[in-house]
Design a protein around this ligand. Structure first.
Ligand SMILES: Nc1ncnc2c1ncn2[C@@H]1O[C@H](COP(=O)(O)OP(=O)(O)O)[C@@H](O)[C@H]1O
Ligand SMILES: [Mg+2]
Length: 503
């Protein structure tokens, strides 16, 4: 049954070889022998290596058992070797055991009986060792091959074990180049390392710890992992894993950005409808109040003691009408008088007015693109938008500065990579209004178009909401970029005349 046991017998005495073989055949039903009695035969057998175990004499005519042992162990380190000799001595035995000999038996009639037992137990031990080695290799393969950065560090934070994935994550040559590197150095923010460490000290196991690591080439990556701390003597060991989750983080941020933009667009939509609806009803009421207050004024005449009171009613109603007009603009409920408008000409004609508005300390620069196409617009409304932006720019530059108004024609293609959710493909005239003023925090940008949102003591919070509504009603949109201390840029996109259907 099975593969027969194959034994290499190195002995130059034919009688001994015969006796050994006979003895072992008694014990092992299936056994084959390769008998070696000269150097040629030995080297051939060594090269071939088709044996499970070696039994060698000590004294051989061309060499000794120690050299046979060394030759075998060098070529086949895990093959067991038994020395069976009548000519050796204790010193030889000790030296041979040091060199990896598995058993040493004195060649005498009574010891022949022991030979089979020795072979059996040597083979058993060899098999156990092999099984351990297999296990070790399996775990080594797993440890090194698993696509997750595994590590073990000592109490000083020094890496004592690491796998290939960790090295790769950090941009190191291989795991060995990580040894005794301090783990603290991986963390882009060393505070994260110390927080992690103190969590481990308290909880012993820390799960899903997220941090930013700095690779050897300087690139920063996001990692996430579990670890546990184990006491070891005076100190401790930490072992665990970290995974590169940079791609995941990026996708998450992108989703968050889109979610925010959608929320923003939705908010403006709802606000616009609500404010527009209220303003519309309110405007009707104001029309009645204004009509009757005019009638009153007419009937009373200036000499009447009630003339002043009626005047005040009319003035308040006028102010209210002005307010609702702006709210209607935001709610996109205005009646537009659309016509082809050359934006460059419109801006040029406004320059005088804008200069007066901005005052001496603010420089006005216009950069108008040549041969710009007309847009379909209500020029009065577009003027209003530019005025509102200019007023805000002036407020943002109390110490003076520069206001630039630039025009260009842009063609937007894909739906996907567009910066704004409100953007859409098509051909647009873009009016870029940028100032060198105080700028805004990012958090603020989500609110500035809301009606009545203002950061100014005297502000109405209507300028931008009106601008927003007007541009929307023209089938365009506004985008804004700003940073504190770095000024602000508004971009108005208006569809090119006659191209709306193509867009
Ligand atoms: N060019 C700008 N630079 C800095 N902040 C601005 C600018 N334009 C608008 N803002 C901010 O947006 C808010 C809303 O503007 P707006 O709707 O015109 O209302 P108001 O000007 O009455 O405050 C302002 O209070 C200000 O905080
Ligand atoms: Mg304003």
């Amino acid at each position: 049954m099975g593969v027969p046991l194959s034994i290499l017998l190195v002995d130059d005495n034919p009688e001994d070889r015969f006796l050994i073989a006979r003895e072992l055949r008694k014990e092992f039903s299936e056994v084959v022998f390769t008998e070696v009695f000269d150097p040629d035969g030995f080297y051939r057998a060594l090269e071939k290596g088709d044996f499970d175990l070696v039994i060698t004499d000590y004294k051989l005519y061309w060499t000794d058992g120690l050299e046979v042992l060394q030759a075998i162990k060098q070529r086949w380190p895990y093959r067991p070797v038994i020395m069976f000799t009548g000519t050796g001595n204790e010193e030889v035995a000790v030296e041979a055991m040091k060199a990896g000999l598995d058993d040493y038996i004195i060649k005498s009639p009574k010891h022949f009986v022991r030979l089979s037992m020795a072979v059996r137990s040597t083979l058993d031990r060899a098999r156990e060792r092999q099984a351990l080695r297999n296990l070790e290799t399996r775990y080594q393969d797993l440890f090194n091959g698993i696509p997750v950065g595994l590590f073990r560090v000592d109490s000083d934070g020094r890496i004592i074990e690491a796998n290939a994935a960790l090295a790769e994550m950090l941009g190191y040559e291989g795991p060995s180049s990580l040894f005794s590197v301090n783990m603290a150095g991986f963390f882009a923010d060393e505070g994260d390392y110390h927080r992690w460490l103190s969590c481990l000290r308290k909880e012993e196991v820390v799960r899903n710890y997220e941090a930013r690591w700095r690779r050897r080439d300087g690139e920063v990556i996001w990692v996430k992992g579990n670890a546990r701390l184990q006491p070891r003597g005076e100190g401790f060991l930490i072992e665990g894993y970290f995974n590169d989750i940079s791609a995941l983080k990026q996708a998450e941020e992108e989703r968050e950005r889109i979610r925010h933009q959608l929320f923003q667009a939705h908010k403006m939509e709802v606000l616009g409808r609500m404010v527009g609806g209220i303003a519309h009803d309110f405007n009707n009421l104001l029309t009645i109040i204004r009509g009757f207050s005019e009638l009153l004024l007419h009937r009373l005449g200036e000499s009447s003691p009630l003339w002043r009171a009626a005047c005040q009613i009319k003035e308040a109603a006028d102010r209210g009408a002005n307010l609702t007009r702006q709210l209607l603009a935001f709610g996109r409920k205005q009646v537009l008088r659309l016509m082809p408008v050359n934006v460059n000409r419109l801006i040029s004609e406004m320059e005088e007015l804008l200069r007066r508005l901005l005052g001496e300390d603010v420089e006005l620069v216009t950069e108008l693109a040549e041969g710009i196409e007309p847009v379909k617009a209500d020029p009065v409304q577009i003027e209003q938008v530019i005025m509102n932006l200019a007023v805000n720019a002036r407020d943002a530059m109390p110490e003076g500065g520069k206001l630039t108004i630039r025009t260009e024609v842009v063609t937007l293609r894909e739906e996907g990579p567009l910066e704004d959710t409100e953007a859409r493909p098509g051909r647009f005239v873009c009016i870029v209004v940028s100032d060198t003023g105080v700028g805004m925090e990012q958090e603020l940008l989500g609110q500035i178009f809301d009606p009545f949102f203002t950061t100014k003591e005297e502000g109405t919070g209507l300028g931008l909401s009106v601008a927003y509504g007007i541009v929307k009603q023209h089938g365009g949109w506004i985008s804004v970029e700003s940073r504190p201390g770095r000024g602000t840029t508004f971009k108005l996109y208006l569809p090119v005349y006659g191209r709306e259907r193509e867009a």
